[in-house]
Write a protein that binds this ligand. Structure first.
Ligand SMILES: [Zn+2]
Length: 333
């Protein structure tokens, strides 16, 4: 049904999944356009999951004056209808979660339902949603590498997809993590800083398929400042680390003449870091066994086995140190 109000057409609908004829309570929500969606639910089911929710809906049983809709009491929620739909589905259909594990955009879709779970103190639902999020943002370097490899495989499998279709977007994760899971913030900010500042999520008309974007409107000024500061600190870290390693005075134990090639690798490494702003990926891609022969970047086979092994170990240690330092690049501001 739709009605005209002040020349604005408003749709009024009952939620197709969650309007039970025998429910004893109706919840009204309005979306941004003012459209009404009604949910008819059972107080007993809601009470079972959350006393706080029940108390909110029926705050004072001694006050019988309530608005009525379709013959039962009406209560209005400020949440978006889509968020309330997902939230109620978790309560009504716990064995058929409305969001699939592995959905790359889960932080965006579940932010509203997670806020509802938090508001009404439904800890098991919070834990379930956050467990989905944590899968995408592991706290170990090995876990991170596995996720990156997973997204690459997904992209290869689906020829029509872009990376935004198969991997998480950082701004929605940062918004959620700030409130509910601060531990994943350093890694989420790291991902944000390696994306171009003007890369818009889902809009890559001319960009390659692996390009990724950001929902910039979800970032606060403080988020942007934190990202800029972190990017600067990471670049300084790389420069300082490479200098401290004294790679430009590399000594080849076998007198194979590797020094010049190692020096050249360092030049390429700096160039890639500046171009991609992605330190972890660059350090991984610069490992000797990963470098393709014949590229203009590195002549791999000119380096002896011993130097290659030392080079790989050096980069591996640098990667772990860098990962462990992420929180220091993105302090609270
Ligand atoms: Zn050597």
């Amino acid at each position: 049904m739709s009605v005209d109000s002040d020349d604005v057409c408003i749709n009024i609908t009952n939620d197709p999944d969650l309007y039970f004829p025998d429910g004893n309570l109706v919840i009204l929500t309005r979306d941004r356009e003012g459209n009404h969606t009604y949910f008819r639910v059972h107080q007993s089911i809601l009470s079972k999951h959350s006393k706080a929710l029940s108390d909110h809906i029926f705050p004072d049983s001694s006050n019988p004056v309530r608005e009525i809709y379709d013959g039962v009491p009406l209560v209005e929620f400020q949440e978006d209808p889509r968020d309330l739909n997902i939230f109620l589905k978790f309560l009504y259909e716990p064995f058929a979660a409305p969001i699939q594990r592995g959905d790359p955009d889960i932080a965006f879709k579940m932010y509203g339902p997670l806020k509802l779970a938090d508001r009404f103190l439904i800890e098991p639902l919070k834990d379930t949603i956050l467990s989905y999020i944590r899968e995408d943002w592991p706290l170990t370097l090995n876990g991170w590498d596995e996720r990156e490899a997973l997204y690459s495989r997904r992209l290869q499998k689906s020829q029509k997809c872009t990376m935004d279709d198969v991997a998480p977007e950082p701004a929605s994760v940062i918004r959620l993590a700030r409130k509910f899971e601060p531990r994943i913030l350093p890694l989420a900010f790291y991902h944000l800083t390696r994306l171009p500042v003007n890369a818009t999520y889902g809009q890559h008309n001319q960009a390659p398929r692996h390009a990724r974007g950001v929902r910039g409107h979800l970032l606060s000024p403080a988020d942007r400042e934190k990202a800029a500061l972190g990017r600067e600190r990471m670049m300084r870290w790389v420069a300082d680390r490479m200098e401290a390693l004294m790679l430009d005075t590399w000594q080849c134990k076998g007198d194979e003449g590797c020094t010049l090639h190692i020096y050249w690798r360092v030049v390429v490494l700096h160039r890639l870091v500046m171009r991609t702003m992605d330190v972890l990926t660059t350090l991984r891609s610069m490992r000797s066994h990963k470098v393709e022969r014949g590229t203009s970047d590195v002549v791999e086979d000119a380096v002896c086995n011993d130097c290659n092994a030392r080079w790989d170990q050096t980069l591996n240690e640098a990667r772990h140190n860098f990962f462990d330092s992420l929180s220091s690049f993105f302090p609270d501001i």
